[in-house]
Design a protein around this ligand. Sequence first.
Ligand code: ADP
Ligand code: ZN
Length: 675
Amino acid sequence: MNDPLHILHHTFGFPTFRPGQAEIVDAVIANRDVLAILPTGGGKSLCFQLPALCREGVTVVVSPLIALMRDQVRGLKEVGVAAASLTSGNTDEQNAEVFAALDAGTLKILYLAPERLASAGPLLQRINVTLLAVDEAHCVSQWGHDFRPDYLRIGALRKQLNVPLAAFTATADEETRGEIIRQLFPTPPQVFLRGFDRPNLNLAFDAKIAPRQQLLDFVKARKGRSGIIYCATRAKTEVIATAIRAIGIHALPYHAGLDAEVRREAEACFQADDGLVMVATIAFGMGVDKPDIRYVLHADLPKSVEAYWQEVGRAGRDGAPADALTLFGAEDIRLRRSQIDEGLAPIDRKNADHQRLNALLGLAEALDCRRKVLLGYFGETPPDSCGNCDLCTEKPVRFDATEAARKALSAVLRTGEYFGQEHLIDILIGNLTAKVKARHHDQLPTFASGKDFERGQWQAIFRQMLARDLLRPDPERQGGLRMTENARPLLRGETLLELRLDRMGAKPAREVRELVPEADEPLLAALKSKRRELAEAAKVPSYLIFNDKTLIEMAGRKPRNLDEMRGVSGVGDVKLERYGTLFLAVINGSAQAMHPARRKLAGKETASIFDQLEGVMFELRLGESGLDKPLSCTSAELARVVAQKPKSQETLADIIGDLKTSRFGTGFLAVLAEG
Ligand code: ADP
Ligand code: ZN
């Protein structure tokens, strides 16, 4: 069967294409040359893997990283696709196996490492290659960070084989795009540029108040979930990893200073484990292909908007909810500014870098929807508000900071642009320190003119002024603050300044979004432990069995038989056969999957009512027609229904709400009337 939808359902087990995938798949199947730009986690691999299965012959995939290739090959084998790779990491035996399979014509997809391109020509000409796919196509760009000289051979190989070429990348900038086209395609390909949004990522920034505590609170609330914490320095990764282990959560440091062996081991653990936290410098990332990373926390401000988006993009590739939190403070801004100022780049480049930093700070100090700011930066027309960022969830309190900012600027100017933030704040709040006295700064008209704010509030004002590039640390004066040209209109009273009022003191921990309703948590945990058991036995990462998204859906839909299991996203034919019964047993059979609310009832006569209600609920899960949106009550709700025995639709609706009452009401009331 060569129908793409059939293959999507049966081989990959996905009910629908992700945005953009269908058009790309169609074009590749139609033998057109294609350049597709999709965000990280957008689902690029499927766009060449699926067409490969629709055609005769072998699809050759050029991919830059051995670890990534290995994972993709394993993933394909898990869904029953004949795939293999040729890399410098292969043993002679492995190579012989691949060659034999190629000659026998049994392989569908062959991954090829770039260093193999030079010598692979004759082999590839022999084996009926019908499509060439290039992953991470930006590696062909000489100006990018990921340049791989071997990628320059791809154009010639394509000519030799005379097959269509499909190139994929997440890097969108026009320069790189142009270069990819020039290097890889003899005539312009069909270009697909998909939206850069990743709607399942929740975006948040918090000003550092008690950074260590903020970080630990965040991690603790997500115990059991995989996450990456990015730190600015190697030393900090070690300190933070130790602190996280001290609260009983498995964490490992990762940076370029560690032995290659130690790093490889950490990578392997992270890949295989469900709940490991990687505390890393940005050395960790390229080649991380784990789809179920549930959060990325920046413990320090990233370098630029592009870097930020790439780093947080590593979370939630499976499409299930994931969190991105960035902690930042005035100190981060000073550090990034001085890194630019003290670098060796020419002045134009430094100015451009300051502007890029400004764009990131604009995102950090945004006053409304972060997605709007972010997508706007990438040139997309964003929605008015996304509903999935901290500023959409909780509107910040703004205040007119014009007066305050002018006082701050005046303190800066009257002290000769020579002093740092804390001394300036001492002057503003009238704090008679030894330094203030020694410099006679208590004689200034600005002295004590800012008494209406506390130190913490002034710190927030200075941070925001630094972020808006109204003030800059002067590299020649040990970081003394200087006023920038941007601040002149404000000083002259020509513009107003609006800032956000930071909440002071302890901030209530941000609510953690549950992956499943509370009632399904024990079931999800049981499914995960079954997954771990199978993964350990097969020595593969857990997500290769099923990813989080699939288990979450399983826990929600509670399939009762293999037919229903078949409807869960990520369950294709092969996995259904391999794992279906095992997971059904967890869902329907085992006591550990029972919700505490239900377990408390076990053995009492009410248990049968509970079970009957649950039966009704399963029957009507997809409505009378079986085609409606899935709906279910939590076990806690059912337990309350059992306890309160409502007699009418109205009283039932008080417990489970109108929507569920309209679906289950008649059935539930019938059970209760009998019971
Ligand atoms: P990219 O290479 O673009 O970063 P991947 O190809 O690794 O992304 O895909 C990310 C994840 O999305 C993988 O776990 C993959 O199984 C999943 N995925 C891809 N396409 C679909 C789809 N149509 N429906 C559901 N999940 C999908
Ligand atoms: Zn938003």
